[in-house]
Ligand binder design. Structure first.
Ligand code: NI
Length: 383
């Protein structure tokens, strides 16, 4: 038996270890080895998923209802600029998005659940997910089949400038679908003094950049949160030559499936028709990223209620046009993305980002209570 107090000490130590040794997406080998060692020492079953980095552990014997807890484990290519005693020891790498916190909090929950494994009314899968920042590690985990029979899933993320002891939980979309477009306008090159002998792709691209801004203002619901940003434009390489092609890329953010389709189709139509108006061609490449993170209403209310019962203050989660690959899980499995206040800080992904570790162990305790209660709810539903 390990006492809760000992587990608290372990989790706090593990958090500092993860913070000191961040690893980039799909390179989380040391982090995975460390997790494996800690879980094996406690006697927790680790599933044979074939994941190269990250792992899935299991509490309970696999019978009864199945829920999952997910923490992402990767860091970012950022040089840390804090003066924390446990600042990153890896040059150019930093846990600047709190994934060290998520890893340690979920590990703490696994260790606490192990102590009461016999009393569990079902099975808890604990997912240490690689490559959230890639993004797409969630898909990698899903492809192993490890979450096929999971009936409810809960993910955590720290939220800055929300006090310790406060969680932000809300049903509906809390982060956006993140898509990328890459467009090549194909014209005909010529001398800068003889535009009549060519087809100028720079003019078509420039028109597109202006016109594309009207998709959100003219085509989508004014109350909806949609966004189109052109972030990269390139055409030609000198002053007196009209180039053959011009390239434009950018990102779109949408909160619903319908808006996602609307924005994509308008971008395609606009690029192709603007090119056509100049006698040119537009090649449109659309690269879909994660969908919007869509919290299930019933599980969101449930997660908020359990938090309040634990003495945690619950506020509605803000909408955020950032992306989160936990959304892939929520596309298939109902559940909730729970945001945990970590006090005032620079924003995440900033080199001076830091969080208050006082939020850590209570998060482990909360996840344990949430897991037990969710299994209880599912078991009742099955009867
Ligand atoms: Ni993150």
């Amino acid at each position: 038996m390990t006492s809760n107090k000992e587990i608290k000490t372990l989790v706090e130590r593990d958090f500092r270890h993860f913070h000191e040794h961040p690893e980039l997406s799909y390179q989380e080998f040391e982090t995975t080895a460390y997790l494996r060692k800690e879980l094996e020492r406690a006697g927790v079953t680790i599933l044979d998923t074939g994941l190269k980095t990250g792992l899935v552990a299991r509490l309970g014997d696999g019978s009864g209802p199945v829920i999952a807890l997910r923490g992402d484990i990767d860091g970012l290519p950022i040089q840390e600029e804090t003066d924390l005693p446990y600042k990153s020891q890896e040059a150019g790498r930093m846990h600047a998005c709190g994934h060290d916190f998520h890893t340690a909090a979920v590990l703490g929950a696994a260790l606490l659940l192990k102590e009461k494994e016999k009393d569990l009314h079902g099975t808890v899968k604990v997912i240490f997910q690689p490559a959230e920042e890639a993004p797409g590690g969630a898909k990698t985990v899903m492809e192993t089949g490890a979450v096929d029979e999971v009936q409810a899933i809960f993910g955590i993320h720290i939220i800055g400038n929300v006090p310790v002891g406060t969680y932000a939980i809300r049903s509906g979309a809390v982060t956006a679908a993140v898509d990328t477009f890459k467009i090549t306008f194909r014209g005909k090159g010529s001398h800068g003094a003889h535009p009549d002998r060519g087809l100028d792709p720079v003019v078509a691209a420039a028109n597109f950049v202006g016109a594309v801004q009207t998709i959100v203002s003219r085509n989508s619901d004014p109350f909806a949160a949609n966004l189109v940003s052109v972030t990269h434009i390139q055409g030609g390489n000198t002053w007196n030559v009209i180039p053959e092609t011009a390239f434009v890329e950018g990102t779109t953010r949408t909160m619903t499936k319908a808006d996602r389709e609307l924005v994509e189709s308008h971008i395609r139509v606009m690029a192709e028709h603007i090119a056509q108006a100049y006698g040119e061609q537009a090649d449109v490449e659309w690269i879909p990223g994660p969908p919007a993170t869509l919290n299930d209403p019933a599980w969101s209310d449930f997660s908020a209620r359990i938090a309040r019962e634990q003495g945690i203050n619950v506020v509605p989660a803000p909408s955020n046009l950032g992306g989160e690959d936990f959304a892939y899980f929520l596309e298939k499995i109902p559940g909730t993305y729970i945001q945990i206040g970590i006090g005032n800080t620079y924003s995440n992904h900033h080199p001076k980002f830091q969080l208050d570790p006082a939020a850590l162990y209570p998060a482990s305790e909360y996840l344990v209570r949430l897991a037990e209660a969710a299994l209880g709810k599912l078991q009742k539903g099955q009867k």
